[in-house]
Design a protein around this ligand. Structure first.
Ligand code: AMP
Length: 281
């Protein structure tokens, strides 16, 4: 596996792949890799000649400085894992390489920006959009792989690619879960054993909400249920939303033709976790 921390080198290497007629599948990450990330790498391997992974904890997408400082960084272990799964190029830039000077352009994403993650993490998607744009320019991928766990991020990236005409196909990959249902996340490493147990309630509440919605179609009742289910559990619910899966606008009435997503964000201790399920999955 080729490893570089320099964007010039990564770019040069990717251009060479392209000149040889090889297709590039790209998996952008913030590291502390787990099986969720590896499933994206695996999918990229199946569909492309070359797999490129980036590891960069992007400071401008964090609106909470504590969260940024405590984000797990395990580059050596990540590098070994990527080597084992047959990744071809790892690009892990420094902050100075990625942002030689502070970017001045602001990105906003219309409606998608004002709901859920956009609402609770102001500026987050600007940071995501900016780093993804830079990474796409450096890597020039044919396809880029994103996890359903960050469903709103996937919609944001799709909109970015559509609006700015990036010649990249965006591929959505299913959420990989622990045996008790908790969505794998780098942030799970920060949970103590008791919090780790509590965290599984997030997925359990989503599954029960999904079951009830299919049966009753009553959004308000299901929202009340989730709030009550998590009250007193040690979990601080930030939001639970039932939304149109394309626009993320709140869904009031549900019919069989509409794609619906159930999204949740909550704090377990000081660790913020998100998850979602599609209604008709
Ligand atoms: P992150 O390192 O958290 O920025 O995630 C990098 C990519 O991996 C994003 O596209 C995430 O949606 C995806 N990802 C993270 N966790 C999972 C998971 N449990 N299952 C599938 N994809 C995931």
């Amino acid at each position: 596996m080729y490893f570089t921390a320099k964007s010039q080198e990564a770019h040069y290497q990717c251009i060479q792949y392209k000149q040889q007629g090889l297709s590039i599948g790209f998996v952008p990450t913030m590291g502390a890799l787990h099986k969720g990330h590896l499933s994206l790498i695996e999918r990229a391997k199946q569909e492309n000649d070359i797999v490129v992974c980036s590891i960069f904890v992007n400071p401008i997408q964090f609106n909470n400085q504590d969260d940024l400082a405590r984000y797990p960084r395990t580059l050596e272990a990540d590098r070994l894992l990527l080597e084992q799964v047959g990744c071809h190029l790892l690009f892990a830039p420094s902050e100075a390489d990625m942002y030689p000077r502070p970017p001045r352009t602001r990105l906003s994403f219309g409606e998608l920006e004002h709901t859920m993650e956009g609402k609770y993490r102001p500026g987050h998607f600007h940071g995501v959009g900016l780093v993804v744009s830079r990474l796409f320019h450096i890597v020039q991928p044919d396809r880029a792989y994103f996890g359903q766990k960050d469903y709103q991020q996937y919609l944001i990236v799709r909109q970015l690619v559509e609006d700015l005409l990036f010649p990249v196909q965006i591929v959505l990959c299913s959420t990989v879960r622990e045996p008790d249902g908790l969505a794998m996340s780098s942030r799970n490493r920060r949970l103590n054993p008791q919090q780790r147990q509590q965290a599984s309630l997030l997925y359990q509440s989503l599954k029960e909400a999904q079951r009830q919605l299919l049966q009753t179609r009553n959004v308000d009742q299901v929202k009340k249920y989730v709030n009550q289910y998590l009250a007193g559990s040690g979990i601080q619910l930030e939001y639970f939303e039932v939304a149109d899966a394309h626009t993320l606008m709140p869904a009031q009435n549900i019919d069989d033709h509409q794609q619906i997503v159930l999204c949740i964000a909550a704090y377990v201790g000081d660790v913020r976790l998100i998850d979602n399920v599609l209604l008709f999955s």
